[in-house]
Ligand binder design. Structure first.
Ligand SMILES: C[S@@+](CC[C@H](N)C(=O)[O-])C[C@H]1O[C@@H](n2cnc3c(N)ncnc32)[C@H](O)[C@@H]1O
Length: 283
């Protein structure tokens, strides 16, 4: 396990993932009933963008950095608000020095009745994550293989919630592991909302992935892809993808409205744009 999210925190992929995560949680709060967020690949929770790692790649400058500098339309501003408010709360001095990873962001949005399970396999990262949530009775941090939690921790006792699957894609076969994990998880907890992240690189097996995803036949499977340039550059990310099962019913239309503008802000070359498609529709 070589991947360290500290090099990438706040980059363009985090912008899309975290903005959508915050939207989904905001939507779950429309009902009083408690829910749980299960974050299977949680990272360390809180990132210092002045760290050697973050400064070395400077990726955050082309992500959250660009968002902060851009003039946003009122529609995009409203869409990003739940995420940006959580970022701002950590940076009362202005700017962005402290960046919330997915568990910290989720936690910032929970109510008293809601819970967070944050899973991380890397022992050093799990230790840091435990420190971030020390004494927080609403959050459980577990050092574990996140793929196992898709069996062991589902369904949550609240019977409502969101499962975020955000692996590093450093191991071979991660796309297939994702399909298998999703098949297992949705058998145990079909009513849950799931958000899965995947990279878009020149050699990503996206056509095969879509085929396998469609073959699962789970109703309400939404695919979201944001490209920062055309998918020919190598190595490195040309785009970022999300698969969302059982999304809030307003999300597809909202993403179609705001993502073209977001793609323009994050563009790093010709071919930037966004694609939102319901891969398997409602039954
Ligand atoms: C992309 S990062 C997570 C970023 C985080 N979700 C966020 O948005 O802030 C992936 C994390 O998964 C961890 N990881 C790698 N393999 C894992 C596994 N099998 N189970 C759980 N965590 C794993 C890595 O150590 C890394 O911290």
């Amino acid at each position: 396990m070589n991947y360290r999210h500290s090099y990438h925190a706040g980059n363009f992929a985090d912008v899309l993932k975290h903005a959508v995560l915050a939207q989904i949680i905001t939507y779950l709060k429309r009902k009083d009933a408690a829910f749980r967020v299960i974050d299977t690949h949680a990272g360390i929770g809180l990132y210092d963008l002045s760290s050697t790692e973050a400064q070395k790649t400077g990726e955050w400058r082309e992500g959250i950095g660009r968002i902060n500098a851009a003039g946003l339309s009122s529609g995009l501003k409203a869409f990003l608000a739940p995420w940006l408010e959580a970022v701002e709360a950590l940076n009362p001095q202005g700017g962005v020095l402290h960046y919330p990873g997915s568990p910290k962001l989720s936690r910032a949005l929970l109510r008293k009745q809601d819970r967070l399970t944050a899973i991380e396999l890397h022992p050093d990262d799990a230790k840091l994550l435990k420190t971030v949530f020390e004494g927080d009775y609403q959050t459980r941090v577990i050092e574990l293989d996140g793929w196992l939690s898709l069996g062991a921790h589902l369904p949550p006792k609240e019977k409502r919630g969101l499962v975020l699957v955000d692996p590093p894609f450093e191991a071979e076969g991660e796309y297939d592991r994702m399909i298998d994990g999703l098949a297992r998880a949705t058998r145990r907890f079909p009513g849950g909302t799931y958000m899965l992240w995947h990279p878009i690189k020149a050699d990503s097996p996206l056509a095969g992935f879509d085929k396998k995803l469609a073959a699962l036949g789970r109703p309400n499977t939404l695919t979201v892809r944001l490209m920062i340039r055309d998918n020919t550059h190598a190595p490195g990310l040309n785009g970022t993808g999300l698969v969302i099962l059982n999304p809030p019913f307003t999300l597809e239309a909202e993403l179609k409205r705001v993502l073209p503008e977001l793609a323009k802000i994050l563009a790093q070359g010709p071919g930037a744009g966004a694609e939102v498609a319901m891969l398997v529709g409602e039954r």
